[in-house]
Design a protein around this ligand. Structure first.
Ligand SMILES: [Zn+2]
Length: 308
């Protein structure tokens, strides 16, 4: 497989504060892991800055402008207790959206089979008109809409294995039968959404996992519920909200995944992409807060993406 890697230095300059878990060190850690010799074949590309019209595929213009206007000249501005802006946050957020959009374009154009976007801030908690949970703009949701609206793909699937439910992505697409959203996440946990009963217009599959669930429960959720539903949906492209905070070492959550689980789910999604959509997968970094586990888990995911 030819795998593209999109990132930008600006994504290191969003700094919500020295005690904030969503730190620039996370991305440095991921990139250090992906600089090992086994990743030499990655096609590395600088993420462009997304145009505001691009962000507007999923967010109202006044919301976009309000977020960018809140970016401080110095110090910090909190949009909510978790979601904090620093002077570099606006540029970082636009590069994060730009990475996913450029990756969608490149994979559809056949410049690579799949792509990983090593970006921050993450996106899956961002609702159409609300930044929250460390997220400003919903990078993956915007990428899905670009694939449909710019490239004319009919059906986009988003798979979210971050330990938190992607309330933003679900809210954006819960009435849109052309976008499938499936999530595994820790139950009774931030942000409180993602019950099994939340099924949208038949396009949403949520599988909450109890605290201390591990590989067996995670894989069963995909084998029994999510992968069969994805198969029925017949996606024209698959996007992944790739959070690695369900790892057993993660300090923010209580699931017990290991690196091999990220290899496993990546391989299963690649098999679905091979059957339905010419291998097209665009994956984008969401959470993951233990720096070592994040680096090794992201490496396992990208290693699998690179392997036919
Ligand atoms: Zn998360």
């Amino acid at each position: 497989m030819t795998t593209l890697l999109y990132t930008h230095d600006a994504c290191l300059k969003h700094d919500p504060g020295s005690y904030h878990p969503e730190s620039p060190a996370r991305l440095r850690s991921v990139l250090a892991g992906l600089s090992q010799p086994e990743f030499a074949e990655l096609k590395r590309r600088e993420a462009p800055r997304a145009a505001l019209d691009e962000v507007a595929r999923c967010h109202p213009r006044p919301f976009i402008e309000a977020v960018l206007a809140a970016v401080p000249q110095r110090g910090h501005t909190a949009l909510d207790p978790d979601t904090v802006l620093s002077p570099g946050s606006g540029e970082a957020a636009l590069r994060a959206v730009g990475a996913v959009c450029a990756a969608v374009d490149a994979v559809i154009a056949g410049e690579g089979d799949n792509a990983f976007c090593a970006v921050r801030p993450p996106g899956h908690h961002a609702e159409a008109d609300r930044a929250m949970g460390f997220c400003l703009f919903n990078n993956v949701a915007i990428g899905a809409q670009r694939a449909r609206q710019k490239h004319g793909l009919e059906r986009a699937a988003i798979i979210d294995f971050d330990v938190h439910h992607g309330n933003g992505t679900q809210a954006i697409f819960e009435n849109n039968p052309h976008v499938f959203y499936a999530s595994t996440h820790q139950s009774h946990f931030y942000p409180g959404t993602g019950a099994r009963s939340e099924t949208g217009v038949g396009n949403i599959v949520n599988v909450p996992l109890r605290q201390m669930s591990g590989s067996a429960e995670f894989r069963r959720a995909y084998d029994e519920y999510i992968l069969p539903a994805l198969e029925d949906f017949r996606p024209d492209i698959i996007l992944i909200s790739a959070g690695f905070d369900a790892h057993r070492a993660d300090p923010l959550a209580q699931l017990l995944l290991v690196e091999d689980d990220y290899t496993w789910i990546t391989e299963r999604l690649m098999a679905a992409a091979a059957r339905h959509c010419e291998d097209r997968i665009i994956s984008s970094l969401e959470g993951g807060y233990d720096l070592d586990a994040l680096a090794s888990s992201a490496a396992a995911h990208v290693r699998a993406l690179m392997t036919a």
